[in-house]
Design a protein around this ligand. Structure first.
Ligand code: FA5
Length: 339
């Protein structure tokens, strides 16, 4: 019987070691050690043996049972380790990854930076200035005294209980500030946000961006002004556009011009952006008024200059074909994600 037990053990060990999955191992465990298993059957026969043999064989059979149980535990542990590791390795590299939302520059900023490059290449400084401004720099220093009708054309928001303070109506507020700070000769552009108290429509906002240009030197003429504006428009729109100059009134320049660009939204046919005229008013400009030169502490007989104020937001509209200015500050991602 001892030989029979040894054979049984060898056979069981061989089979246990071959099992690759837990299910097979369980089945083998039942086959050998279950209630009706092979080893159990042999153990049941022990009671029929001669009394002298019974303890020895019984002990041997129990020892085999113990060894097989330890072996099963070991194999079970290994199989579990393997299947756990396999699970960890189960990465489907073809699945779509997690998409992270990435921010990007606003179209106003893109165009502002491009404009800054154009002017830096022509030797202009880029300066920033305050949005909350004094009436002096926004109006008086620009030859617009209190009660001058030009204040109505550029009506803005005044600060409650703070007389003399307002949200700048244009980037021209920087003109005298820059002359005072940097002296002359001077070439500078001032990009930034400006504010107007007016009704909105497809081409008018209450908050929009401008880029001011100022050049003060000796013998500056309208030719310098036109050349700079052409370079600016070509630098951004990357093509020659039709431009129209008409007389314009701004108390801080003399003579003054409005520069219109042929509407690129409708190709000059007429739409809500150009108010059916085929032209979009883009820049106010002119030769710096002697009173502004004087406000900067300079001799207006010695120094002259040109200045212009570009509607940067309008240029963004023409560049990208945006047919309503209000989209730019709508915060609507369906719109913004196109840039
Ligand atoms: C001015 O703001 C003057 N400071 C420009 C200037 C500078 C003239 C230097 C002479 C010398 P105006 O109000 O026209 O001018 O505005 C200039 C440009 O800003 C306009 O041509 C237009 O393109 C844009 N603009 C004006 N109002 C609005 C508005 N409500 N919404 C969007 N863009 C506007």
């Amino acid at each position: 019987m001892k030989d029979q037990l040894t054979k049984l053990k060898d056979q069981a060990v061989k089979e246990f070691k071959k099992s690759n999955v837990l299910d097979d191992l369980k089945k083998l465990q039942t086959k050998y050690l279950g209630r009706k298993g092979e080893l159990t059957k042999v153990l049941r026969q022990v009671k029929d043996l001669a009394e002298a043999e019974r303890p020895k064989i019984g002990q041997y059979a129990n020892q085999i049972k113990g060894e097989l149980e330890v072996l099963i535990k070991d194999i079970e542990y290994e199989l579990k380790q393997k299947s756990g590791a396999q699970k960890e390795e189960l990465i489907d590299v073809t699945l779509p990854g997690t998409k992270y939302q990435q921010g990007h520059l606003h179209p106003n900023t893109i165009v502002q930076r491009q404009l800054e490059e154009v002017f830096k290449n022509m030797g202009f400084m880029v300066l920033e200035g305050p949005e909350l401004e004094s009436e002096y720099y926004n109006f008086e220093a620009l030859n617009i005294p209190p009660s001058h009708p030009a204040r109505d054309i550029q009506d803005t928001f005044y600060i409650k209980n703070k007389p003399g303070l307002l949200m700048r109506a244009h980037t021209s507020n920087q003109q005298v500030r820059a002359i005072e700070k940097y002296g002359v000769p001077l070439r500078a552009v001032f990009p930034g946000r400006v504010f107007r108290n007016e009704a909105t429509d497809a081409s008018h906002e209450t908050t929009f961006y401008q880029l001011e240009g100022l050049m003060i030197d000796k013998d500056i003429s309208v030719t310098h002004l036109i050349a700079s504006m052409k370079a600016m428009l070509k630098g951004i729109l990357k093509k020659d556009v039709e431009v129209r100059l008409r007389p314009g009134y701004f108390p801080f320049v003399e003579p003054g011009f409005e520069v219109d660009v042929s509407c690129l939204i409708c190709g000059g046919q007429g739409c809500s952006v150009c108010k059916q005229t085929g032209w979009v008013e883009m820049v106010g400009s002119g030769l710096v008024h002697p009173n502004v030169i004087k406000a900067g502490g300079l001799d207006s007989k010695e120094w002259s200059g040109f200045a212009f104020g570009l509607g940067l937001t309008r240029l963004v509209m023409l560049k990208y074909g945006i047919d309503d200015i209000r989209l730019l500050q709508s915060g609507d991602l369906r719109f913004l994600n196109q840039f």
